[in-house]
Write a new protein. Structure first.
Lengths: 351, 334, 334
């Protein structure tokens, strides 16, 4: 089974990318050069400094260690915004495992070592936002929320969807009918509207973490309908199979039949659907947060980072603020590739 | 006759569904703790209007019947339906919901439908072209573009389009649907032109997500149809390739897409809501958003209901369209 | 002119398929003539190239893999002009003017060969209006007449019906009606009755023969069924793996089949008096990518000689009866 998956090169690459992403965000404090909330008053709206990394200095000398000329802020007299110039007299070298802001990672690891950074001066690879917070660091921290919501939400969705779908498909009759009607009704209300409505239920006063949980639960609650329908379909298909009949005739109890015979057979389909549901949730969270109905500060997510773009003019002047969207796209793409490959491995004819 | 009774049956079946949805909608809006009165007080407090007195809050409660049990409130809302009374928008100085919707609904529908037509107009011919020129360089390029379009999720694409437009086009036409001078004015030629200049960005942003998907599906359908024997018959008659492709092949290849319009609609509606909030358009999206925050249950509930009905209707229309274009389905219905 | 009773003259026609795995010589140098008013049968197993030969007369061979590598397909119009179809552009105006007009074709599977979403009338009138400059009313009349000619009952009613509403036999009649609607000079029939019940088959075959006599058409009948050949054709060519192996008048062929392959074909037909096992030709059709150097039938031939393996035989003329077999190289039969 796994071997077939490995044949899909794209999916394998996608998996590698995702694993890397997840690793980075789990150890966010370490990988991010700066803290999530630290702001640098004199570096607001700094453009990305990735392009300013040099190996050659002005005199043409090559340095193995990349460096960046110290960025000095000056106010543009016309727009009153900060403009950044490299100070040619100051080279800030980039080090790995450099000491920076202290942190407590995952609740128990205390350290101040960061994956990369500069000893003095600043290195804002993707620029900064309106109050001078490093965008890259915030993206890394935000990834924690964006990438985890999909996973946790999917678990809820899996449980509810599988149970309901299996019951619906196995028992048939009026239970099936009833559940199907409910699913239809849920599907009739546009999902986004439903998300918005349910998200607005979350009280504003709740701390960020509860809001997070609330959003996760909402996604799980709304999304199960699709999975339930699929599961029901597969269960119905197997229901009449001979081996199920044999199990029933030999006196196996219903729960045993379901557990030992039906579920293993639909498991692979469930996994495929689950994998393909994750990106939907990631997008959903991003959309909600983008609208201000989702994650609340001080937590941050990729969607929330994009709120600054609500003002269309912002993007014109500070285009780098759209980088979180790239991460969103990449994650969603990867999940979709993996889901497609899984589906192909499962049932090559389903396309 | 069969087609007519089919339509009637479908409509009849939708009614109980809509009723249940209305209950759901209303209930969902009511879920957050507190009610409009509390939200009002909260807003007043945070905007620096000072705190509102308890008696005033109670007054508001009484006036709008917010202290009644759920079913009574629901009934108050529903009983106005036959007369077209959907309650009043408390957050908008008590304007009847119907009036507000009358103002915004047409534009919303217009945008949604336009976006859908836009998506189809672009995707279908490209799909046909891609199929008839299979494996050509152009096909590969189009496939690649389509793939990107499919991979990037809807609302990000929309934001992306908006971003690009800002850089490429005159940004005064982005955001809102009318330039300031024309708000509230009667329709004249200038206003129409101004409106048309504002249109492309929202419509493209809303419709683009559907385009890629449709393109691929159309291409796939065309390839399937072109393999069928009757295509050879058509050629043997002496028809030109163009005739064969369009009059015969495309006509059949379109059917599955028409039947799936029902699936497109929710996506379009969803994207439209997001886009209109970002661009501050004059449609239902921002209205819904605001009403949710204000917990204005009549307004929000009605909007939710209306959107659901639009969806149900859209599906119905799609099914009817399919019956009209495919005689095999029409035959089955009789 | 001596040629004036020839309608189609095919000379050294070769159609090769260029695909990934190599080149398939579907038609490898065939020569035959179709005379005015007479019918030619083309018989052989599946895959021998008979269908491709027929399709290439109308340049309908699968593209872009299939290409006419060499040869001529001369077609003589009424005025005595000769055009080489092989040199016309695929789907060019000239070839399209011939299709359905001078040369018509009917295919094997009537269900899939008619467009499912257009009614009979539309499909008939399409051809008529394409080649004849008539208005809708006249076209309608012509269409109904065409239906009458193929002995379909209640023709006006049928015009409004759809293919799925008709039986297999009726659909084939419609196909014939469409093919004959513009009075073609040549009708190519590619296994027209293979997909039909035996009783219907007889009716359709009789219909085709009658119409051929009525309209003075030439016919090219492609089939694997020797019985059909015997009933319907004046002359016949036998094909094997892209080449013609025997050519004669039907009477001659049935009296005295010469080529070992032809003899085997005759032997494998079940007859009423057959007892015991049916004889079949040993071996199977060779791999299309690996043509043997000598005679292509040699591996399966029961009377193969040494030379058969080494050199491919040319044609030997035994007096209006051509065979491609070394056994007849000195003009005698064995």
């Amino acid at each position: 089974m796994w071997r077939k998956f490995l044949k899909h090169r794209v999916a394998v690459i996608a998996s590698v990318i995702l694993i890397s992403l997840y690793t980075v965000v789990i150890f966010a404090n370490f990988f991010a050069p700066y803290g999530m909330l630290t702001s640098y008053k004199f570096h607001t709206y700094a453009p990305p400094q990735v392009t300013k990394i040099n190996f050659f200095d002005k005199e043409g000398n090559f340095h193995i260690r990349p460096f960046i000329y110290r960025q000095v802020a000056a106010r543009d007299p016309k727009t009153l915004r900060f403009v950044y110039e490299g100070d040619l007299k100051q080279k800030d070298y980039i080090y790995f495992f450099v000491r920076g802001e202290p942190y407590t990672m995952l609740g128990f690891i205390n350290s101040d070592i960061h994956f990369f950074g500069v000893k003095e001066g600043s290195l804002f690879l993707l620029g900064t936002d309106i109050i001078g917070r490093d965008l890259l660091s915030r993206i890394i921290f935000g990834g924690r929320v964006s990438l985890s919501i999909g996973l946790i939400g999917v678990i809820i969705l899996l449980i509810i969807g599988t149970i309901v779908g299996t019951i619906s498909g196995y028992y048939g009759g009026w239970i099936d009918n009833f559940i199907q009607r409910i699913i239809e009704i849920i599907r009739t209300i546009p999902q986004v509207a439903l998300w918005m409505a349910l998200a607005s239920i979350i009280p504003k006063e709740w701390p960020s973490i509860y809001v997070y949980l609330g959003i996760v639960i909402i996604f799980g609650l709304i999304g199960w309908a699709g999975l339930a329908r699929e599961v029901r379909g597969k269960v119905l298909a197997i229901r009449r199979s001979d081996f199920i009949l044999a199990a029933e005739v030999s006196g196996a109890s219903t729960s045993r039949i379901i557990a030992k015979h039906i579920i293993p057979n639909v498991l692979s389909h469930i996994i495929v659907i689950a994998t393909l549901s994750i990106p939907i949730m990631i997008i959903g969270e991003a959309a909600l947060s983008f609208l201000g109905l989702g994650i609340k500060p001080p937590m941050t997510s990729w969607g929330l980072l994009l709120t600054q773009l609500r003002e269309v003019q912002t993007l014109k002047h500070f285009p780098w603020l759209i980088s979180p969207a790239l991460f969103l796209v990449v994650s969603v793409l990867c999940y979709n590739f993996i889901g497609d490959a899984l589906r192909d491995v499962n049932d090559p004819h389903s396309r | 006759m069969g087609l007519f009774s089919y339509i009637v049956k479908r409509i009849l079946f939708s009614i109980p569904v809509i009723i249940i949805i209305s209950i759901l909608c209303f209930g969902i809006i009511q879920l957050p703790p507190g009610d409009y009165a509390d939200a009002y007080a909260a807003v007043a407090a945070s905007t620096g209007g000072g705190s509102v007195s308890k008696e005033y809050i109670e007054q508001i409660r009484e006036r709008y019947g917010l202290d009644q049990p759920f079913w009574i409130q629901y009934w108050r809302w529903v009983k106005g339906f036959p007369e077209g009374d959907f309650g009043i928008a408390m957050s908008l100085q008590g304007t009847p919901v119907t009036d507000i919707l009358k103002e915004r609904l047409p534009m919303t529908l217009f945008l949604n439908v336009s976006a859908l037509i836009f998506a189809l107009l672009i995707a279908l011919p490209i799909g046909v072209f891609s199929a008839t020129h299979q494996y050509s360089m152009l096909d590969y390029i189009l496939t690649f573009i389509a793939f990107i379009g499919i991979a990037i999720p809807g609302f990000i694409l929309a934001v992306f389009i908006i971003t690009i437009s800002i850089f490429w086009f005159d940004s005064t036409y982005i955001g809102r649907l009318y330039s300031n001078e024309f708000i509230g004015e009667a329709w004249n030629m200038d206003k129409i032109i101004d409106f048309l200049k504002h249109l492309p960005v929202p419509i493209i942003a809303i419709g683009i997500a559907q385009t890629s998907n449709t393109m691929r599906i159309m291409r796939g359908n065309m390839l399937d149809v072109l393999r069928q024997p009757f295509i050879q018959t058509a050629r043997a008659k002496g028809l030109s390739e163009a005739s064969v492709n369009w009059k015969h092949a495309a006509r059949i290849a379109i059917n599955p897409i028409i039947s799936r319009i029902g699936v497109y609609l929710p996506e379009i509606i969803a994207t439209e809501m997001l886009v209109s909030i970002v661009l501050n358009l004059n449609t239902i999206g921002p209205l819904f958003y605001d009403s949710l925050i204000a917990q204005d249950m009549y307004l929000a509930g009605t909007i939710l209901l209306v959107i659901s009905i639009i969806l149900v209707l859209g599906n119905l229309i799609a099914d009817i369209a399919l019956a009209l274009t495919d005689p095999r389905i029409r035959y089955e219905l009789t | 002119m001596e040629e004036n009773n020839v309608l189609v003259d095919v000379r050294d026609l070769a159609v090769y398929f260029h695909i990934e795995q190599g080149i398939v010589k579907a038609v490898d140098g065939v020569n035959f003539k179709i005379e005015k008013g007479k019918s030619l049968g083309v018989v052989g197993e599946s895959g021998c190239g008979k269908t491709i030969t027929a399709l290439s007369l109308l340049l309908l061979h699968p593209q872009p893999e299939g290409r006419i590598e060499k040869g001529n397909i001369f077609f003589y119009s009424d005025s005595g002009d000769r055009i080489d179809i092989a040199k016309l552009g695929i789907n060019s105006k000239q070839i399209r003017q011939r299709r359905g007009n001078d040369i018509a074709m009917i295919f094997q599977e009537p269900m899939m060969s008619l467009n499912p979403v257009l009614n009979i009338g539309q499909q008939l009138m399409e051809t008529i209006r394409l080649h004849q400059k008539v208005d809708k009313k006249t076209a309608n009349k012509i269409a109904v007449e065409a239906l009458e000619r193929v002995r379909i009952s209640a023709p006006e009613r049928r015009m409004k019906e759809y293919p799925f509403q008709l039986s297999g036999g009726m659909r084939q009649r419609v196909m014939i009606a469409i093919a004959l609607s513009c009075n073609p000079k040549l009708l190519i029939a590619d296994e027209p009755t293979t997909a039909l019940d035996v009783t219907i088959e007889a009716e359709i075959l009789k219909l085709i023969t009658d119409l051929q006599k009525e309209l003075g058409m030439s016919m090219m009948m492609i089939t694997h069924d020797l019985g059909v050949i015997g009933e319907m054709t004046d002359d016949v060519v036998v094909m094997y793996v892209g080449k013609i192996v025997e050519k004669a008048s039907t009477k001659r062929l049935f009296d005295e089949p010469l080529h070992p392959y032809t003899k085997a074909l005759f032997k494998s037909r079940p007859e009423i008096r057959t007892q015991g096992r049916l004889s079949s030709i040993k071996g199977s059709v060779p791999n299309p990518y690996m043509q043997p150097k000598g005679c292509s039938f040699e591996p399966r031939c029961e009377v193969a000689m040494d030379i058969c393996k080494k050199k491919a035989p040319g044609f030997f003329d035994l007096g209006e009866h051509l065979v491609s077999c070394w056994k007849y190289s000195d003009g005698e039969g064995l």
